[in-house]
Design a protein around this ligand. Structure first.
Ligand code: 5AD
Ligand code: SF4
Length: 473
């Protein structure tokens, strides 16, 4: 397979973009405000933080409503058909607004634009869209704006810069005390249903030293929780002769970050060395998102997942032995082509056996260009809906039981704000990433990890009481 060497984009390219940013800043017709609409996973959410950082550097401020903004960016997702339809529907909705506000610029970026021919289609079918660009060239946003504002051109750039890694881009974080760090881009796994390898390209790992510098700067900035992002973090470093993922976790532990998470982890690559980190790491949160996708070996093989149920369960057992308080979450697909009632029952049994804290459940959605799209045995929509409902009901019951089982524990909660329902209560997340609403706190706790006694549980959240300092010492 031909592979382009990874190109690290650094100061020179960014200086050139800085020049475009300066030109836009000084332009009479420049947009003053922006609004970003984000679809999809954390990777996209973090890309949006980078887009926001870039726009804020150019002097734009955030508009709370999209219809009031001078520039609206849609950061799209194409993992399933409904993600695409939602984005296209919302883009269409802006057409009327733009009739009233003709200076409005509309941009579409993200994974959808990486699909072959899609950017051209969007520009053709949505003539009011001004800018279309892919995931590999976010750093060029100042240039696109310059072309749109100064040359009044429609801009399309899906140059498939798949082998680039841009360092040093500005990021405007959504939270002052939580941050994402990309550690790798792309995916090499080609699960039969999944479009990601086609749109996000091959795996490329960032240099460990770049990651560590970013983490150190975040810690110095008071960040309490870092989530490492990658499609398959377990293969971090494999492509670049970098340190291994467990070693990266050890080094990040030494930065003093209070809480560390990562996603996503492919079960086939979950090593004993990584499991051991759960036993020894100071910072690693007791949570792992470990997508299983199916509980049937036959379907797992057809999905090209390269593990079987037994292997998956043995890894779950090892994780729990290393870290008894670990909370597991997962992704499950129902109605993959050829899934029989018996295959589906096996997924139900697996869910009963693992007892996840929660699960994301999806009906299989055929994606053009993937292997599964051409498989025989597509499951009827009514059967698919029935199956997903049964699965959701099962998991809801388990979530409730797991949450009730946590009563009486003392947990560290990263406080995020006041509770939306009861203003007198504070809310935050425990290490297992479950929301906890608690009494006895105050706004001064926001952004800190504080001890809370868990006193009750709802269907998705926990309730608790703040343990005041004097009680703990
Ligand atoms: N159809 C349904 N679900 C999918 N996922 C990925 N591709 C598809 C698809 N074509 C789910 C998987 C993955 C999660 C991010 O999305 O469960 O883990
Ligand atoms: Fe898609 Fe599989 Fe890669 Fe995850 S590991 S992004 S499901 S191909």
């Amino acid at each position: 397979m031909h592979r382009e060497p990874v190109r690290h984009i650094g100061p020179e390219a960014l200086a050139e973009q800085g020049r475009f940013a300066g030109l836009v800043r000084g332009h009479a017709d420049r947009p003053r405000t922006y609004h970003i609409v984000t679809y999809g996973c954390q990777m996209n959410a973090h890309d949006s933080e980078t887009l926001a950082g870039t726009l804020s550097d150019i002097g734009l401020t955030q508009a709370p409503q999209r219809e009031e903004a001078d520039l609206v960016l849609f950061n799209t997702c194409c993992i399933r058909d409904n993600a695409e339809r939602k984005a296209l529907g919302n883009i269409t909705w802006l057409k009327e607004i733009k009739k009233r506000r003709p200076h409005m610029l509309i941009g579409v970026c993200g994974c959808m634009m990486q699909q072959r021919g899609m950017a051209e289609t969007v520009l053709k079918q949505y003539p009011f869209v001004d800018i279309a660009f892919g995931t590999g060239s976010l750093y060029r946003l100042p240039e696109y704006l310059y072309l749109a504002v100064e040359e009044k051109r429609r801009v399309i750039d899906v140059s498939r810069e798949e082998s680039t890694i841009a360092e040093g881009l500005p990021v405007l974080r959504e939270s002052p005390f939580k941050a994402y760090i990309n550690i790798m881009y792309g995916c090499n796994n080609y699960c039969a249903y999944c479009i990601v390898p086609y749109v996000r390209g091959r795996e490329r790992s960032r240099r460990a030293e770049d990651i560590l510098h970013e983490a150190e700067a975040l810690v110095a900035d008071g960040v309490q929780e870092i989530t490492l992002l990658g499609q398959n973090v377990n293969s971090y470093g494999n492509d670049a002769g970098e340190i291994s993922f467990p070693e990266l976790l050890r080094r990040l532990d030494q930065t003093g970050i209070p809480r560390l998470r990562f996603m996503t982890s492919h079960p086939k690559d979950l090593s004993d060395e990584l499991v051991a980190e759960y036993a020894r790491s100071r910072s690693l949160a007791p949570h792992l998102h470990l997508p299983v996708q199916s509980g049937s070996d036959r379907i797992l093989a057809a999905m090209n997942r390269r593990y079987d149920v037994e292997t998956y369960l043995s890894r779950v057992d090892k994780l729990r032995a290393a870290r008894p308080d670990i909370g597991l979450t997962t992704d499950l697909i129902v109605a993959f082509p050829g899934e029989t009632e018996e295959d589906f029952e096996q997924s139900m049994r697996l869910v009963e056996r693992v007892r996840y804290d929660s699960a994301f459940t999806f009906i299989y959605s055929p994606r053009t260009g993937t292997k599964a799209a051409d498989l025989p045995g597509q499951v009827a929509p009514e059967v698919a809906s029935q199956r997903i409902e049964r699965l959701i009901a099962l998991q809801e019951g388990i979530t409730k039981e797991v949450l009730h089982g946590l009563r009486g524990q003392q947990m560290g909660i990263l406080v995020e704000g006041t509770s939306a329902r009861r203003q007198t209560q504070m809310t935050g997340k425990c290490g297992r990433n479950i929301s906890v609403n608690f009494t006895g706190g105050h706004e001064g706790l926001i952004g800190h990890i504080v001890p809370v006694n868990i006193t009750g549980a709802g269907s998705n959240t926990l309730r608790g009481e703040y343990i005041k300092e004097e009680q703990t010492t």
